[in-house]
Unconditional design. Structure first.
Length: 356
């Protein structure tokens, strides 16, 4: 059945081995982020036998799949207060910034007779989660309150960069996390075990030798899956960018003009599209749409094909310039960008096929 996602497990393992060697060789522990492929269990088997340290995901539903794992489980998205019991039951470590939520986690840990570890998130300017780094009094107050809790262990600090504000990790901004940790340790006479210095956008610092001393953990998803660091979108040497391939079938192939007729408004998603007049072109429609993929992060393997646009269920291609004589029923193959892979693995309409 099409559309389908073809997963080459040998290439996935290649990337896994490469990122493990790179990150752990830098003195960091490694969290592999599994949300990008919806915690696929065939990939999980590779992770379980690998040298990684943690399985990390934003969804409790995915962490539940890993019950019995030899790896520690990490909840990446800040916990909801309403899910505190499930967080403690299914995650060894969680990322937090709200003291009231941490108190709820403590209550849940008491109920379950467990000790739950947390990373206190610090916002270094990307403006997603965390206590803003300049608000030192708030940071110290949070630490003071956390240390009062009987079943919560303040395991360390974490930061997220790039995902929202697109702020690139640098030696200078990540060094701020190290400095904050040192002040906390001195003020409260404690030792923080982990300073988690970000995600795949921090990986490039390893190759440059610019990851600050003290940063001892990275949370990696895209670099492992697609082989690129996300600060400057550069491929990593020896990694595969085609471990995941989308295959979709042509359901219509016709020559039509390139600009719609009549007054145009907004499309099905509320956007106002702009069209380039290319004259009459050969247009192929394939049976996959925005419900299955992100067309802006999808790359035809036939480089002469261009993506014109998409609706919920249709992806429209310009195949005028390709040397291949495509026909209705033919299969078009695509490489993924991260957002498109995320959507394809979440869609129940995209079948998964594995190559061993």
């Amino acid at each position: 059945m099409y559309p389908r996602l073809v997963i080459d497990l040998k290439k996935v393992k290649n990337n896994l081995d490469k990122i493990t060697e790179m990150v752990k060789g830098s003195g960091c522990s490694l969290m592999i982020v599994t949300k990008g492929y919806c915690a696929d269990m065939e990939i999980y088997k590779l992770l379980e036998e690998s040298g990684i340290d943690y399985l990390a995901d934003s969804r409790i539903q995915n962490l539940k799949k890993y019950k019995g794992s030899k790896k520690e489980r990490v909840l990446l998205r800040l916990p909801m207060m309403s899910e505190a019991e499930e967080v403690v039951a299914n995650a060894d470590l969680s990322l937090n910034s709200e003291i009231e939520t941490i108190r709820k986690l403590n209550e849940a840990a008491i109920n379950q007779n467990k000790k739950h570890k947390i990373l206190l998130m610090i916002d270094l300017g990307d403006l997603r989660e965390g206590i803003f780094f300049k608000d030192e009094d708030e940071i110290y107050h949070a630490v003071e309150e956390i240390l009062k809790l009987s079943n919560i262990e303040l395991y360390g600090l974490g930061v997220n960069l790039t995902c929202y504000g697109a702020v690139i990790p640098k030696r200078d901004n990540l060094s701020l996390l190290v400095e904050i940790a040192a002040k906390i340790e001195k003020r409260f006479n404690i030792k923080l075990q982990m300073l988690s210095g970000g995600n795949s956008s921090s990986v490039y610092l390893i190759g440059r030798g610019e990851l600050p001393d003290g940063i001892n953990n990275l949370r990696v998803g895209e670099a492992f899956l697609l082989g690129d660091e996300t600060a400057y979108s550069q491929m990593l040497e020896g990694f595969c960018d085609d471990a995941f391939i989308l295959e979709a079938e042509i359901i219509e192939l016709k020559e039509k003009q390139s600009v719609p007729l009549g007054e145009t408004g907004v499309d099905a998603f509320g956007n106002r599209p702009v069209y380039e007049d290319l004259g009459v072109i050969k247009r192929a429609i394939i049976a996959a749409g925005r419900q299955d993929v992100d067309p802006d992060a999808l790359h035809p393997i036939d480089s002469e094909i261009s993506i014109l646009g998409a609706s919920s269920d249709h992806l429209i291609l310009n195949v005028s310039n390709t040397g291949t004589n495509y026909k209705v029923g033919d299969i078009i193959k695509f490489k993924f960008g991260y957002s498109s892979l995320l959507r394809a693995t979440t869609s129940p309409y995209v079948e998964k096929v594995y190559i061993n």
